[in-house]
Ligand binder design. Structure first.
Ligand code: PAN
Ligand code: ZN
Length: 201
């Protein structure tokens, strides 16, 4: 079979929809462990006490065109494991797209969570995620997902292949809101109002 310059073999792809699995040639995968998320969770001392090898989330995706191709689309899933660090749910790093005007769709396949969205003016909001929920992420909007349930949170995403990922801005300035586990339920707290947080129950 012919190979594209990107190394991906064209061919029929198949999804295991509810489990977030992409089947077919050239599926890409990444795993993010707790140890790679320094500075993401507010309670650094709670983070330091946890196993750095613990998997927080994994992504698998299908990128049929060379990354960066204008007009091309990529498709993938993210699975966030259940867990919590210093009262804060397991979550993704979060990013703006490097090409700021590029949008994205998410749709939830399994579990419950929150999608945190923040504009360049740092105005933020959160959308609840549950099976079947559809989320449009406009351009110029940073996005991060958290698992608020007891099982995995699995969602699908479709994004422009030339969007790119700007993690640096979030690493430096963070999001302006956090989602904390309070009496077993998610509570949205502005970063500026954060006080001492209790340990995860
Ligand atoms: C998603 C995210 C995925 C992992 O595919 O990349 O959920 O989150 P981080 O990239 O913030 O670690 C997406 O938004 N792509 O653009
Ligand atoms: Zn994105």
């Amino acid at each position: 079979m012919m190979e594209l310059d990107s190394g991906h073999v064209p061919g029929q792809m198949q999804l295991d929809w509810s489990n977030g699995i992409v089947l077919g040639a050239g599926v890409r995968k990444s795993i993010t462990r707790l140890g790679q998320l320094k500075g993401i969770f507010r309670d650094q001392s709670a983070w330091e006490l946890m196993n750095p090898d613990r998997v927080v989330y994994s992504v698998q995706w299908h990128e049929p065109m060379i990354p960066g191709t204008e007009g091309a689309l990529s498709w993938g899933s993210t699975t966030i494991e259940p867990g919590c660090v210093g009262g804060e749910y397991f979550m993704t790093r979060g990013h703006f797209h490097a090409k700021r005007d590029r949008g994205e769709y998410y749709t939830t396949a399994q579990g419950t969570g929150m999608l945190v969205l923040m504009g360049e003016d740092r105005m933020a909001r959160a959308e609840a995620m549950s099976p079947g929920s559809l989320h449009y992420i406009p351009g110029y909007t940073a996005h991060r997902t958290l698992n608020t349930g007891d099982g995995p949170l699995i969602f699908w995403a479709c994004w422009p292949s030339d969007a790119g990922h700007d993690y640096e801005t979030i690493a430096r300035h963070g999001f302006s809101i956090r989602v904390m586990k309070h009496d077993g339920t998610p509570e949205i707290i502005p970063e500026a109002a954060m006080g001492e947080q209790a340990e995860c129950p």
